[in-house]
Design a protein around this ligand. Structure first.
Ligand SMILES: [Zn+2]
Length: 221
């Protein structure tokens, strides 16, 4: 079943999602729906909060449905190691009609559970690594625009403000709620993202994920 994709500024996109604990029918149904929704969009990746579910689940398929073998199901994914850096264009199904260039690691070591709860480790490179970073970010309430700097960030902020206005006009009841949470600066980092910087990166108290070292590194590293 295709589920509606949540669009910015839906607050569910800023939630740090809890881990999946039940590997059951409900999870299988969620994943099947997410794959169908991703293919229909069409997109190369989708995270559970993008369909309104606050759980650490993501799907990735660089073939966009052409190759059933290439569907990757990531439950409770963890990026164990990252190296290199590459700039490439990204977009997001939750931020329609906006793309920009984002610096991401070139190679990742990832571990994730499948539908059976069995954890597996694997290596991802290039665009697959990029897609996984993008989806894992979603599970922490981080959007790809949060990685932009300088003029690119300003451009993204202007776009997000316009998008927020359009989306909230469709649903006036959500407007008050959103204005409480995102005053003035629509492009700021969510508290959830800063929280991640504090809790997971020892010795870097209070640092936002955008300040991680590979994010600052020159593309040639
Ligand atoms: Zn996205």
């Amino acid at each position: 079943m295709i589920r509606p994709i949540r669009v910015y500024p839906d607050p569910v996109l800023r939630v740090r999602c809890p881990e999946v604990t039940g590997f059951d029918e409900e999870l299988a149904r969620l994943v099947a729906d997410m794959v169908e929704t991703m293919h229909a969009a069409p997109g190369v990746g989708l995270a559970a909060p993008q369909v309104g579910v606050e759980q650490r689940v993501a799907v990735v398929d660089l073939s966009v449905g052409r190759d059933p073998e290439s569907v990757l199901v990531l439950v409770n994914p963890v990026i164990e190691a990252a190296e290199g850096a590459e700039v490439d264009t990204e977009g997001c199904l939750s931020i329609p009609d906006f793309t920009d260039k984002v610096l991401r690691p070139l190679r990742l070591e990832v571990s994730a559970a499948g539908l059976d709860g069995e954890r597996q480790a694997f290596v991802a490179e290039g665009f697959l690594a990029r897609a996984i970073c993008h989806e894992v970010d979603h599970l922490d309430g981080v959007l790809f625009v949060d990685h932009l700097r300088g003029l690119r960030r300003e451009r993204a902020k202007r776009f997000l403000k316009k998008l927020a206005k359009e989306e909230l006009a469709k649903e006036p009841s959500a407007k008050e709620e959103w204005e409480k949470e995102e005053p003035e600066d629509a492009g700021r980092l969510a508290p959830a993202a800063v929280e991640r910087g504090r809790s997971e990166e020892s010795g870097s108290e209070g640092r936002a994920p955008e300040e991680r070292q590979w994010d600052e590194a020159p593309a040639s590293r």
